[in-house]
Design a protein around this ligand. Sequence first.
Ligand SMILES: [Zn+2]
Length: 498
Amino acid sequence: MRIAFATFSQETNSFCNVLVDLNTLRQFTVKGEDMRRASDGAHTYLGGVYDEARQRGVEIVFTRATSLKPSGPCHEDAAEECMNEILGCLCREYEKQAYDGIILFMHGACATPKHPDVEGEMLQMIRSKLGYEIPIGMVLDLHGNITDEMAQLSDILIGCKCYPHIDEYEQGRRILALLEEKIRLGYKTYHRLVKLPWHMVPAQGLTEGDGPAGDVKRLCIQKEQEDPDLLQLSFFQGFPYSDVPASSVSFISVAKTQEAADRHALEAARYAWDRRADFAIPLYGAEEAVALALQAEKKPALVHESADNPGGGTAGDGTDLLREMLRVNVPSAFGFIFDPEVAELAKQAGVGNRITCLLGGKTDKLHGEPIQLTDAYVRCVSDGRFIRKSPMGLGGKNSLGTTVCLEVGNVQIVVGSFRTQTFDEGPFVTAGVDWELLDIVALKSAQHFKGWWGDKVETIIPCESHGVMTANIRLLTFTKANPDYYPLGNADWEEDRV
Ligand SMILES: [Zn+2]
């Protein structure tokens, strides 16, 4: 059996002004043999698909993989080039030697002004060239905004189940296994998509631990274990910062009968909807969050910024929390803030010297004002490289570009040159910061950091700073997402209408 495999993944934050152009897109694209090498041994969706294929004796036809960091929308020409290239690869390979199925890994919340549903569009393009008979398996991120087109044009649509997404590798294996069995045994699969009138923010979505999102995840898994007709039941939290009509929480089932698909998706949706009030979270400003951290019995306490989480397409140079830490001036470290200009300035000055500069707050006007630093001590200059220790992407080679540690009073500030969230201690380690004996460690991430930090620190405090991933979505102006959906409005869910 041969299965073709392609990836085009981007999470679009409509409120971010950093757009993806053709150059960026090409920079994050691998093809053919390079895609195989990137998959081999990786703890990612790609690695999972490849390992499961080898175990089942399936030959993978590697075509093209574009995996972009979350940011503002793609330019139209970039998105269209990527989709056309994937389609071209799939068609050329099919002409050379027909394969038996296709696996697509996409995000589920990729949008451009012209294509509010890039994933549905990609499926439509493939179907129009290769027909409706060839089985397509699709794996999406838990933050996908699922559309009818995605459900109708794919045969098996699943998501990752965990947030932090520590199960990407396992779900990569699962999509391959499900598609291989469907092709080998020849059974038909049925979807049921249930969309709830609900905008859930990532800060509410932790599935590990006792919270409501964890209860929903466990219910989905329990249903899969109890009913052999139910192949997968996915809880998609949606991504409200992608301002598209399809933005919402949704459930999608894949089953061997339509009855099972309908029943399980509706029951899980009903359970989550009835518990929606339980998802409320506290919103601490920077001052309150730091004050709470100082009260923690066991040090260090960790404070994290969800609203400026580059993992959801924010600027990464927000200054609210760092400014408050500098004011309080207890032994602490901030890992990290994005500011390539300052990193370069410090590198030029060299270790042991001092620099005066404006730090952060440069990408837009939505993440706080720049901080004036005077005679900041350059403690460390690094190439920013480290190996990922987080269970998400474990073992992967990471780089923040030129990375420096500046010391201002008792605060050590890590400044990096690549926008990404902090998953583990990598940004601290590469900048020479020994965080364990400090009072406060701070970082920018909504939930993924908990995959590694969760059992390293006792106290974790969310900080609701200024940023385009604010948990208070009433602060944002939506133009395409439904303003009646909970909690913006009072829309109720009428099951029969779905
Ligand atoms: Zn996600």
